[in-house]
Every structure is written in structure tokens, then in C-alpha cells.
Ligand binder design. Structure first.
Ligand SMILES: Cc1cc2nc3c(=O)[nH]c(=O)nc-3n(C[C@H](O)[C@H](O)[C@H](O)COP(=O)(O)OP(=O)(O)OC[C@H]3O[C@@H](n4cnc5c(N)ncnc54)[C@H](O)[C@@H]3O)c2cc1C
Length: 341
């Protein structure tokens, strides 16, 4: 029998959609997805599994760790009847912190949106049918893949892919920080970080920024920003906390060390839309294009989308959660109009 609603993704958007859909009695089935933010992670939960302190999610006056926040969201969804797709079909006992580790979580390999009900195909080629779908597969920040980077990113050691999320943390105050990239977001992140840092270096591999002219001017005019031209980081230095980066000059090949108290990646994001196989309309950056920007409907009726997979602008947990709520409400109404409750 077809599922009423399948939710693909277990970040803030997916779990919020699951909470709303479960409370509406739709017993949603969640494809939580294989952990992929870091090879060392065992549990799904999206990008926040990669961060330590989350200080800007409302309701946590003293902050909360990313994995804890995601566990809370999952518990809340399961409490109301959301089910999670795992290798043995059993929903993990979310009150037991170790239970989830013994499961293999399924990624959705492909979807077939040309038929009704829709088909969702998992990694074992099992097909799950669903009357409605919410795509909440997020996006992954691009990393350099250099030694020291992931170790210090996952341990709160001062390497991050989100200046707006982490820049205000006490660890970065009055420090010299680095931002890797040369586009608008690199300049935006660097400018934001100057509120807290003593100095911000934009580390760029070319001799010209890719950022728009107005953003370039903003970087040049800011006395706290200095651009390190023709440089790429080749190693992040420091045991528990970042101490600096080893830089290679892209023109001369010379290697130097720049002491830093924090390093922020601003080299783009990749939305997780490849598995859709071109069946949903995407924008030029491969994010899902919504049929109406204020709602969650996509180019295919009955398929809704939420979170970072549709949003290359805000990319925050709270905005993703808000969109997850909208998608669940839209899906519920759409199903009810077709007599599916
Ligand atoms: C280092 C870092 C720190 C951050 N800190 C903060 C912060 O402090 N505050 C804040 O508000 N935001 C923060 N963010 C941003 C925040 O994490 C994202 O905006 C938010 O997680 C987006 O939620 P989402 O549900 O849309 O997607 P994601 O969190 O990306 O979750 C997507 C989910 O979809 C799953 N998935 C993907 N493809 C498939 C597939 N084919 N099949 C099944 N599942 C799939 C993934 O496994 C994952 O579970 C941070 C981001 C990073 C990288």
C-alpha cells in the first residue's frame, strides 16, 4: 500500500515537516539519509551534525549542540508517529542514544515522479510508493579536503563553513580570521566577521575577486579586511584549536604559514538534487525551483520542497525548519483535497 507522505531528508526541514505531518496523523515515512557531512559520523541529521554550538536557534537561551538539537527534533517527530526508513524497517528507539548506531540509514537513490503514486527507490532498489513527497535533502557546504580541516571543523576547533552561524562565538572574538573564497559570499562573510575579529584575511586563489563590483569595493574599503591573492590553503595547523594555515602561492608555488584564530570556508554549496534525475525544475545553481516562492509546491503537483535544497540565500536551521512546516501544511491540504487523510 502506498505511503501517504514520504519525507526525504533529516535536517531541520525534514524533521519539522515530519513533526507537523505526524501530528496531522499522516504517519510520514522519513528517509533520513546516510550520514554524509563527515565520514566519522554514524547518525543522520544533516548539516548541524557537523557543528558544536548552535546559539541562534530560538528556544535555547544557553545554546545547544547541533547533534543534540537534531536528536530533539527526531524524538519529537517519532513521538507523534513519524517512522524512519532503516535497513530492518524498525524505527530506532530515539530515547536510547546508542540505538541509532546499529542501523543502516537509507538514502533515496532515485524517484519516479511520472506515475501516481510516486515511486521512491532506495539504495537496495526497494521501491516505496507515496501519494505525496516532501524533498528536504539540503545542501552540503563545499570543503577544501585538506589535512586538519575536518578534524577541527567537527570538534569545534575553529574551522567552519558558516560565518553567520559561528562568527559570533567567543572563540573568534578579537582574533585574526581567514575566509577562503573569492565570490560574493566570501566578501559577505568576511565583512560580517569584521564585527568580531581584529582582522580578516580573504584567501583567494586568483589575482582578482569573482565577487560583484560593489562587493569588491566593500572588501577594499574595509580597513579590517586584507586579501591574500593567489593563495590556497594546503593544511590547517593546530591540534585541538586552529593555530594557522599553510598556504601555497598559486603562481610561484612558495609555501608560507599564516597564523589564524579561525578559518571559514566560503567556496559554495552543493544542493542534494542529483537523485531527482531532472524530474523537478531546478534553478541555474541546481536548487529546486518553487512554483510559488512563498509556498512549498514544486513543478510537479504533490511534490513539495523545503529547506536549504530550495534556498541558496538564507541557509539557516530556523529558516529550513520554517519551510519544513510550510511543506507539511501544504502536503496535508493537498492530500486532504484528494480524500487522503
Ligand atoms: C558547519 C555548519 C554550522 C552551522 N551552524 C548553524 C547555526 O549555528 N545555526 C543555524 O541556524 N544554521 C547553521 N548552519 C546551517 C544549517 O545547518 C542549515 O541551514 C540547515 O541544516 C539546513 O537544513 P535542511 O533540513 O534544509 O538540510 P540539511 O541539514 O542539509 O539536511 C539534509 C538532509 O537530507 C539528507 N539527504 C540528502 N540527500 C539524500 C538522499 N538522496 N536521500 C535521503 N536523504 C538525503 C541528508 O543526509 C540530511 O539528513 C550550519 C551549517 C554548517 C555547515
Amino acid at each position: 500500500m502506498a505511503e501517504k507522505l514520504v519525507i526525504i531528508g533529516s535536517g531541520p526541514a525534514g524533521w519539522t515537516a515530519a513533526i507537523y505531518a505526524a501530528r496531522a496523523n499522516l504517519q510520514p515515512l522519513v528517509f533520513a539519509g546516510r550520514p554524509k557531512t563527515s565520514p566519522s559520523l554514524l547518525l543522520p541529521g544533516g548539516q548541524l551534525m557537523l557543528t558544536t554550538e548552535v546559539e541562534n536557534f530560538p528556544g535555547f537561551p544557553h545554546g545547544v549542540t547541533g547533534p543534540k538539537l537534531m536528536a530533539f527534533m527526531e524524538q519529537q517527530a517519532v513521538r507523534f508517529g513519524a517512522r524512519i526508513r532503516t535497513d530492518d524497517g524498525r524505527t530506532p528507539d530515539v530515547s536510547d542514544p546508542d540505538d541509532g548506531h546499529s542501523f543502516r540509514y537509507h538514502d533515496c537513490k532515485a524517484v519516479d515522479l511520472s506515475c501516481r503514486p510516486f515511486k521512491v527507490i532506495d539504495e537496495d532498489d526497494t521501491v516505496v510508493e507515496a501519494h505525496a513527497l516532501i524533498i528536504a535533502t539540503g545542501a552540503t557546504a563545499n570543503w577544501l579536503g585538506i589535512p586538519g580541516e575536518q578534524r577541527l571543523a567537527t570538534s569545534g576547533g575553529g574551522v567552519s563553513a558558516c560565518a553567520v552561524c559561528d562568527g559570533a562565538l567567543p572563540a573568534f572574538r578579537n582574533k585574526e580570521l581567514g575566509v577562503v573564497g573569492g565570490g560574493d559570499s566570501a566578501v559577505e562573510e568576511a565583512t560580517y566577521l569584521t564585527k568580531f575579529a581584529s582582522k580578516v584575511y580573504i584567501i583567494h586563489r586568483r589575482d582578482q575577486l569573482r565577487a560583484s563590483r560593489i562587493m569588491q569595493q566593500r572588501a577594499m574599503d574595509n580597513p579590517k579586511i586584507e586579501i591574500l591573492w593567489n593563495k590556497v590553503p594546503v593544511e590547517v595547523l593546530g591540534e585541538k584549536q586552529i593555530e594557522g594555515v599553510r598556504l601555497k602561492d598559486t603562481k610561484t608555488g612558495d609555501v608560507s604559514v599564516r597564523p589564524l584564530g579561525g578559518l571559514f570556508m566560503a567556496i559554495g554549496h552543493t544542493p542534494a538534487t542529483a537523485f531527482l534525475g531532472g524530474q523537478l525544475e531546478l534553478d541555474e545553481k541546481k536548487y529546486i525551483r518553487l512554483a510559488d516562492p512563498y509556498r512549498s509546491m514544486t513543478s510537479v503537483e504533490g511534490v513539495f520542497a523545503a529547506g536549504d535544497v530550495v534556498d541558496s540565500v538564507y541557509r539557516q536551521a530556523i529558516t529550513a525548519a520554517g519551510m519544513g512546516c510550510k511543506a507539511a501544511l501544504d502536503a496535508e491540504r493537498w492530500l486532504a483535497e484528494r480524500g487522503i487523510h
